[in-house]
Ligand binder design. Structure first.
Ligand SMILES: Cc1cc2nc3c(=O)[nH]c(=O)nc-3n(C[C@H](O)[C@H](O)[C@H](O)COP(=O)(O)OP(=O)(O)OC[C@H]3O[C@@H](n4cnc5c(N)ncnc54)[C@H](O)[C@@H]3O)c2cc1C
Length: 461
């Protein structure tokens, strides 16, 4: 598995690349000392944990952010970067709308660069059923005050002229946009550091200490931090962490490949999706290519355990899922093992979950992109990578205090669309941790729904 990265220079110094990772990622420095106490310990430095830590530090809390690898190095730097309201499930739309405002507010407040831009997202299709689905969402969005434009065939061809094709129709969502996954989580963690927070990388949380059933500390590989509140924003690792506490958190991961190509000579849309391929311009001009809904499921014991609950989700959301291989077992993020707190855990053996991209997926993605946008024939492949997307059975994240363990807040299962809603989710976590009025209704995200036999319907999009 990955070698732990060794850079720990003076606080504030940074590099922008990481030789062991294929995806661009800004590296930030760790704080020098693990605190003995904190008001809150956040476990996991992806986009969710970083924003949660930032919003809590803004309220004057002492917060320690512990990350077993590097800030942002898992899903949060491996994604397309889409920050969208378009096609959001009704339960998530308020969070998506607030998040777009918060992305802008974050940059205005901190001067940090997340690469966020509201350039609009373009969807093109030749499938009547798909277009009808977008039209239904368009009607629903109007009731929520969200503007999207249904595109006629002529308008779709005009907006998608770089494809040189005819289209039956499309949608353009002008208030949506993208942020740069290589910049965003590190930018937020950097702002958090400036507020006096502490960031501890290569520092896995092994478990919790409890007193009278409530959180009293977080045990990390570098020592214990006494605290009454722990937030678990551990992405693909959250379910196995919960298992150590006897908490059942159904989660399944899908491995999706991304191909990044060098900037094309002629203009293309900033963000375009068709059933064949999705294309996103990064802030350095390179282009991410991927296939929506396509991925590999690597069988693991955890997957077998939760498989019955996921059949509806896979049928609806992951249309092109194929059976993978031993990659999931090799990484150990879905282990059913119980581990001891005084010995290295699977998380320390896999500092950065960096699965191999499926070679066929990479070839298909690249071929489809060249067919869709001929100008990309001049571009060369700059890098390829994969990420494990962590899903819940209903496709909506679990966010909230876990009833069985007071003081333990779960924030995971973002089901392939957590990057764009990172700011809203982080704000909500801070609201829950401080007892402030929640920024939007937290009810749809409550983790207790996972202990029932049915969770409600699978997210629409
Ligand atoms: C290929 C791909 C494309 C995607 N496209 C989009 C998109 O366009 N738009 C969108 O909104 N979303 C997208 N997503 C989903 C999005 O990336 C995720 O939902 C989001 O990044 C989840 O953030 P997170 O912080 O929960 O998880 P992660 O980014 O995975 O972070 C979790 C962190 O927790 C750390 N950790 C885990 N356990 C421990 C522990 N015990 N101790 C210390 N640290 C721990 C891990 O090392 C990791 O860094 C995509 C995902 C992928 C893989």
């Amino acid at each position: 598995m990955n070698e732990p990265l060794t850079m720990n220079r003076a606080h504030g110094a940074e590099t922008t690349t990481n030789p062991t990772l294929q995806q661009p990622l800004r590296l930030i420095e760790s704080s020098s000392q693990l605190p003995t106490h904190a008001d809150v310990v956040v476990i996991g430095g992806g986009i969710i944990g970083s924003f949660a830590a930032y919003y809590m530090a803004r309220r004057g809390l002492s917060v320690a952010l512990v990350e077993k690898g590097r800030i942002g190095a898992e899903q949060s730097s491996r994604n397309w970067g889409w920050c969208r309201q378009q096609n959001r499930d009704a339960r998530e739309l308020p969070m998506a709308t607030r998040s777009l405002q918060l992305w802008e507010q974050f940059t205005a407040d901190t001067g940090e660069d997340t690469g966020f831009k509201r350039h609009g997202l373009l969807y093109l299709s030749n499938d009547d059923e798909e277009i009808a689905g977008w039209a239904r969402w368009h009607e629903f969005a109007k009731t929520a005050g969200v503007t999207t434009h249904m595109l006629s065939s002529r308008e779709a061809a005009e907006r998608g002229r770089a494809t040189g094709r005819a289209w039956k129709g499309g949608v353009f969502s002008p208030t949506d946009g993208t942020a740069d996954p290589g910049k965003a989580a590190p930018a937020v963690a950097s702002a958090f550091l400036k507020l006096g927070g502490s960031v501890h990388q290569n520092c896995a949380a092994r478990g919790l200490e409890l007193e009278g059933g409530r959180v009293s500390g977080v045990v990390t590989e570098a020592g214990t931090i006494k605290t009454r509140t722990a937030v678990l924003a551990g992405g693909a690792w959250a379910s196995s962490f919960c298992r150590q506490l006897g908490i059942r958190f159904p989660s399944a991961t899908v491995r999706q490949a991304i191909v990044r190509v060098t900037p094309p000579a002629d203009p293309i849309p900033d963000a375009l999706v068709s059933s064949a391929v999705a294309i996103t311009r990064r802030s350095d001009g390179t282009i991410n290519l991927s296939i929506s809904g396509r991925g590999c499921v690597d069988p693991t014991l955890q997957l077998l355990r939760f498989a019955p609950q996921f059949s509806a989700m896979f049928a609806k959301r992951w249309r092109n899922v194929s059976l993978g291989g031993l990659e999931g077992i090799r990484w150990g993020h879905e282990s059913l093992a119980r581990w001891r707190l005084d010995q290295p855990t699977p998380m320390e053996r896999a500092r950065i979950l960096d699965p191999r991209p499926d070679p066929k997926g990479v070839r298909d993605t690249h071929r489809r992109a060249l067919e869709l946008l001929p100008v990309l024939r001049e571009s060369r492949i700059a890098s390829t990578w994969a990420g494990y997307i962590d899903s819940t059975p209903d496709g909506v994240p679990g966010i909230g205090e876990v009833r069985e363990v007071p003081g333990f807040i779960l924030a995971a299962g973002f089901s392939g669309h957590g990057f764009g809603i990172g700011p809203g989710a982080g704000h909500l976590i801070a609201d829950l941790a401080t007892g402030d009025n929640p920024i939007f209704d937290p009810a749809p995200f409550r983790p207790e729904r996972f202990s029932r036999s049915a969770w409600g319907k699978v997210a629409d999009f």
